[in-house]
Design a protein around this ligand. Structure first.
Ligand SMILES: [Zn+2]
Length: 81
């Protein structure tokens, strides 16, 4: 799963598994720091999705088998309930 947050005027997309630390962190601006040849890569598509949702804090994203970005749930909502 992935988290998106603003970072120094750009966006930071972090990839999470079962560990307490992210598996990978990518800086996304007009381009992405990942090695993908796909343009836009999945991280850039996640940032687009994040913007379209109004940049909700703590929103978790994932990639479906069809390679689409989906918003899973909000960590902040589950923490408050
Ligand atoms: Zn990327």
């Amino acid at each position: 799963m992935y988290l998106v947050k603003r970072h120094k005027g750009m966006y930071e997309v972090s990839s999470w598994g079962d560990d307490r630390y992210p598996l990978a962190v990518y800086q996304v601006g007009t381009r992405c720091s990942c090695p993908s040849y796909r343009k836009p890569c999945k991280h850039q598509r996640m940032v687009s999705k994040h913007k379209s949702l109004g940049e909700p804090l703590g929103q978790v994203y994932d990639i479906t088998p069809a390679n689409r970005v989906v918003a899973l749930h909000s960590l902040l909502e589950s923490a408050n309930s």
